[in-house]
Structures are given as C-alpha cells and as structure tokens.
Design a protein around this ligand. Structure first.
Ligand code: UDP
Length: 327
C-alpha cells in the first residue's frame, strides 16, 4: 500500500509521520520542509497544493492508494486574512481532488474540525446543525463539501476536536509560529513562570470559562490509522474524533498547576471573537463504526506529555512565539 500524507511538516502531520506503522510505503508532502526533529528523511515532496501543476506531478509520480490530507491553515490569528484560509483550506483541497481524479486516486482521509459546528449544550453529533463562525471553520466545511460531492472518491472525514499533547518517545509536538492554542501556550508559560491570558470569564458555563474537548494527538494518529483500514469496507464516513468529555479553561489550568506544582498565574481578558462557549462531541459513531476509542486523552495525560515536549524545547533553547492577545 502507498500512502501520501499532505501537511507532513505540521503538528498532526509530523506526529503521524513518526507514529504510523503500516505495511507499505509512506510519502510526504508539504510546502515547508519537515522540522529537524521528525524522522522524515526520504520520500518527501516539497509542494504547495495551491499549485495545480506541481500537485498533479506529485500525484502522478506516487499514485497513492490513500491520501491523508492534513495540510491546512489551522491557527486562529487576527493577522491571518480570510484569503489565506481560502487559499490553504479550499483551493488546496480542490487542487488535490482534481489531481486525484486525473490519476484515478480515489481514497482520501480528511482532517476536518469541531469548528464546523455551532455551539451545542449537549454532546455534538455528526448530523447536528453545521454553522461555522470562524473563517477557519467556514473554509474547512467548504472543503468537506468539495470532497463529498465527488462521486469517484471514497472519503473519511474526521472532525477533530481540540488536538493537544505530543509523542513523548520521539519528542515531536505542536509548534505553530506564532502559537495560538491554549494548551501549548499554558504549559510553556507555566514552566517559564509567566502568566496566562484567558479569554472570557463570564460564559454561560459552570465556571464562566469556555469548555473544550481535548483529544491526545496519539489518539488522532490511531483514528487515522483505523481509517486507512476502514476503506476496505468501500464506504465513506464523516465522524467526530474527540475525548467525548469537556474541560473548562479554568479546570485545565487547575490541573496544570497540580501537575507542575506551580501556582499558575492567570489574567482574564475579554472574550475572543468567534469563540463558542462549549464544544464537546459524542464519540459514539467513532466507537461503533470505526472501532476506535481514545486511550490517551485524559487531560492529565495530555498535559504531562505537553510538559515533556515543552521541556524538550526549553532544553534545546527553542523559543516559542505566542499570539495570546485578542484584537
Ligand atoms: N484561549 C485562551 N487563551 C489563549 C488561547 C486560547 O483563553 O491564549 C481559549 C480560547 O478562547 C478557547 C480555548 O482557550 O476558549 C481553546 O482555544 P484554542 O485556540 O486552543 O482552540 P479552539 O477551541 O479555538 O480551536
């Protein structure tokens, strides 16, 4: 079997590239070179999916059995223009699909997101109302539709909730520049005794802060691995991947404080635009159909692994840039 991973230099891509053990060959594609700490040394194609010709050239050369499409613009940052999400999330996906169609490649696993849903007081199910608020969510939903409308392609759309944590054995983790996600910012800041900005303290939740469904990146990798084998059933699927449990921003920080034995300093700022109060999913479908379940996604476990990863970066003197102020 030949597998192509797009976005291999990103967070999930670099973790998956180290995690995946399959019989066959794995090829890697990204517009940026892989980070030095990953084990991607060969079969790498430097290619921007916005360039149709180059994309077609790679697909023609590899003719993969399955494409795992992770390449995307995923961080939420006021400096990122809508056009950048359109280019990286919609145009790139359209080009990839065109190239796949041209060379009869007909299986895709697509990383979608919780951001396609509207806020929901109960556990979110796959057939719940889709109403993204952010440009990220809107462009990912558009990309989903582009994939689904293709009659020749079998797809598995994985709607990832809040992915966090790292591969502890091989020291690979989240590294956005700048970083906007709560867990890496909080852990790194706590280890450096810096204060953490929390956006909003008067949401209609039990403690006034937002609630998210954190899922360990190792569980994300295992969901992708299960998806590869699900194609044997020759059916398409849209499925939530999360822990099925909610953690509030405040509770996450209390847990972090317990684990690090440090007093975590918090500054409460006003709400961040586009944030939903609660996003927690039902994982019944993933359990039943994909035969997947989260094994590493307890918040304590996620934080411990993020601490190891942050300590690795600190030891290597690699600094992180944060964008933790909402505009
Ligand atoms: N958040 C925060 N401070 C930060 C970054 C994020 O309070 O510096 C909050 C954000 O408002 C949301 C939660 O943390 O309530 C998760 O945000 P993140 O950006 O990690 O993921 P999202 O849910 O937006 O995909």
């Amino acid at each position: 079997m030949k597998i192509l991973i797009t976005g291999c230099s990103g967070y999930i891509g670099s973790c998956l590239s180290n995690y995946l053990k399959i019989k066959g060959k794995i090829y890697f594609l990204d517009k940026d070179r892989p980070k030095s700490f990953t084990n991607i040394k060969k079969n790498f194609f430097k290619c921007n999916l916005n360039n149709l010709k180059n994309t077609e050239r790679v697909i023609k050369k590899i003719r993969p059995d399955v494409v795992i499409h992770l390449a995307a613009k995923s961080t939420v940052n006021h400096k990122i223009k809508k056009s950048s999400y359109i280019l990286n999330n919609i145009k790139a996906t359209k080009n990839l699909i065109k190239a796949m169609n041209k060379f009869d490649v007909n299986k895709i696993i697509f990383s979608s997101t919780a951001a396609v849903y509207n806020e929901n007081k109960k556990l979110i199910k796959e057939n719940d109302y889709l109403k993204p608020i952010s440009n990220y969510g809107k462009t990912k939903l558009f990309a989903e539709k582009e994939i689904i409308k293709n009659k020749k392609i079998n797809y598995i759309i994985l709607r990832f909730f809040n992915v966090a944590g790292s591969l502890t054995n091989s020291s690979i983790g989240e590294f956005h520049n700048p970083e906007t996600h709560l867990i890496p910012i909080s852990v790194f800041s706590a280890l450096k005794n810096k204060s953490i900005n929390i956006f909003g303290s008067n949401y209609k939740t039990s403690d006034g802060t937002c609630i998210r469904d954190y899922v360990h990146v190792k569980d994300i990798c295992s969901a992708i691995e299960k998806s590869i084998f699900y194609f044997k059933k020759k059916k398409s699927l849209v499925v939530n991947i999360g822990s099925g449990k909610g953690t509030s921003n405040r509770r996450m920080l209390v847990t972090l404080s317990k684990i690090t034995k440090k007093k975590v300093k918090i500054s409460f700022l006003k709400k961040r635009k586009g944030d939903q109060a609660i996003l927690v999913c039902s994982i019944d479908k993933a359990k039943k159909i994909l035969k997947w379940k989260p094994r590493y996604s307890k918040i304590e476990n996620i934080l411990k692994d993020e601490i190891s990863w942050s300590n690795f970066l600190i030891k290597k003197n690699i600094n992180r840039k944060f964008l933790s102020v909402q505009k």
